[in-house]
Design a protein around this ligand. Structure first.
Ligand SMILES: *Cc1c(COP(=O)(O)O)cnc(C)c1O
Length: 375
C-alpha cells in the first residue's frame, strides 16, 4: 500500500482546487470572455499536480494548457485531456516526435528546431501546429524581430505546418517600472504589423502576457494570456491583487525534548540554545523541498503559534524552538506553508527567508511529498 505509507509520515502538500477555480475566475474577469486563457501547468502544475489542476481549470473555463516539455504534454494527453497544449520551450528531435504523436503544439524559434519539425512532419505525415516565438528583449529563446522576419513568415505560411500562434515573453512584467515591458510590447506590435502587411494569412492566436502582465497591462492581452503563478495563488508581483493560495504544506512533530542552555542543535551546531529550551523535531527536510537555506531563518506554525527553525535543516528532518507557553506533543501538526488558526505563512514568506522567489519554492516541493486534494 504505497499511498498509505506515503501519507503515514504526515508530510503532505494540501492542494485546494477551489482556490485555483476562484483565481481562474478573477483572471477571466480581467480578460473578458473573448480572450483565451492558457493555464500554465508546467513543472507538475507548479508543484500542485499537473493533471488535477488541468482537469479542474478546463472544466471551469480555461481554454489551453501550457507545458515546458513534450513529456509533460504527453502526461496530460494520457490523462485523456483533449484541450490544445503548447510546449512553451524548445524541443529536441525526439521531443518533437513525442509532441507530434500526441498532438501538442510546438514553439519554433530557430532553423534547427524548424528542421526537426519539418523532418518529423514528413516522416509521420502530419501537419505540425506551431507558434513562432519572437525575442522582444528577454534574450532567452526567440527569433529577433529585425532578423529575417519575412523568411519566417514565408516558412510558416507554407503547406508543411499549421501556423497557430505568434508569441513573445516578458522579462520584467513584475518590475515596478514599466520601461522594459513597454519596449517589449512595442517590438511585439511591430512584428504583428509586419505579418499583417505581408499579406500572409498569419496565426490566429497572438499571446504575450504571463500572470503579472495579465493583471497589470491589459494592452498585452491580445487574444490569449498565459497564466501560471496567479492560478496557484502566489503573488506574481509585489502588491498584486489578493489571490487565494492553493497550497498548504504540513508535517508532524516526531520528537519533543527539553535541553539545557548551551546545547548545539543539528549538524554543525549552527544554533546553540541560550537558555533551557524545548526543541521539537519535525518530519521535513531539504529532500522534501524545505530548503536548507531556511536553516535558522524560517518559522513554522504549531497550534497556530510561531516557532523558529533552529539548526541546520537536514535531508529529512528539521528542529524548531518551541515557545515557552506552548505545550507541543509528538504527532502535532506543523504548518510550513499556509494558514493555521489566525496566523499564516505564505509561500512568499518562505521564499524571502530562503532568499529566492515563490516560483522556486512552489516548484521545489519534491515528489516524495504526497499531494492531497480538496475542492
Ligand atoms: C512559465 C511561463 C508562463 C507563466 O508565467 P507566470 O508568471 O507563472 O504566470 C507564461 N509564458 C511562458 C513562456 C512561460 O514559460
Amino acid at each position: 500500500m504505497g499511498v498509505a505509507v506515503a501519507f503515514a509520515r504526515g508530510t503532505e502538500a494540501h492542494v485546494d482546487l477551489d482556490a485555483i477555480v476562484k483565481n481562474l475566475t478573477l483572471f477571466r474577469q480581467r480578460v473578458g470572455p473573448d480572450v483565451a486563457i492558457m493555464a500554465v501547468v508546467k513543472a507538475n502544475g507548479y508543484g500542485h499536480g499537473a493533471v488535477e489542476v488541468a482537469r479542474t481549470v478546463l472544466s471551469h473555463g480555461a481554454d489551453w494548457l501550457g507545458v515546458a516539455t513534450a513529456e509533460e504534454g504527453q502526461e496530460l494527453r494520457e490523462a485523456q485531456l483533449s484541450a490544445p497544449i503548447l510546449i512553451l520551450g524548445g524541443s529536441s528531435s525526439e521531443q518533437v516526435r513525442i509532441a507530434l504523436a500526441h498532438n501538442l503544439d510546438l514553439t519554433v524559434f530557430d532553423l534547427v528546431g524548424w528542421g526537426y519539425i519539418t523532418d518529423w512532419a514528413h516522416q509521420l505525415k502530419v501537419r505540425p501546429r506551431v507558434h513562432l516565438k519572437v525575442d522582444t528583449g528577454m534574450n532567452r529563446i526567440g527569433v529577433k524581430p529585425d532578423e529575417v522576419m519575412q523568411a519566417w513568415i514565408a516558412r510558416l505560411s507554407g503547406p508543411e505546418v499549421v501556423w497557430v500562434g505568434l508569441m513573445s515573453h516578458l522579462a520584467a512584467s513584475e518590475d515596478p517600472s514599466d520601461a522594459v515591458t513597454t519596449a517589449q510590447l512595442a517590438a511585439f506590435l511591430n512584428v504583428v504589423e509586419q505579418i499583417r502587411t505581408s499579406g500572409a494569412k498569419g496565426p490566429q492566436t497572438i499571446h504575450l502576457a504571463n500572470s503579472a502582465a495579465t493583471l497589470r497591462y491589459p494592452g498585452t492581452h491580445f487574444n490569449m494570456v498565459r497564466v501560471g503563478m496567479g492560478l496557484y495563488g502566489g503573488a506574481p508581483y509585489a502588491g498584486a491583487p489578493a489571490l487565494r493560495s492553493a497550497m498548504t504544506l504540513t508535517t508532524r512533530v516526531t520528537m519533543v525534548k527539553r535541553v539545557p542552555a548551551d546545547t548545539p542543535i543539528g549538524y554543525g551546531g549552527t544554533y546553540v540554545t541560550v537558555r533551557p529550551s524545548t526543541i521539537a523535531t519535525v518530519a521535513v527536510g531539504y529532500a522534501d523541498g524545505y530548503r536548507r537555506a531556511l536553516s535558522n531563518r524560517a518559522e513554522v506554525l504549531i497550534q497556530g503559534q510561531r516557532c523558529r527553525v533552529v539548526g541546520a535543516i537536514s535531508m529529512d528532518q528539521t528542529m524548531v524552538l518551541v515557545p515557552s507557553q506552548l505545550r507541543v506533543g509528538v504527532g502535532d501538526r506543523v504548518v510550513l506553508i499556509g494558514r493555521d488558526g489566525r496566523d499564516v505563512i505564505t509561500v512568499e514568506d518562505v521564499a524571502n527567508w530562503a532568499q529566492t522567489i515563490n516560483y522556486e519554492i512552489m516548484t521545489g516541493i519534491s515528489v516524495r511529498v504526497p499531494r492531497v486534494y480538496s475542492s
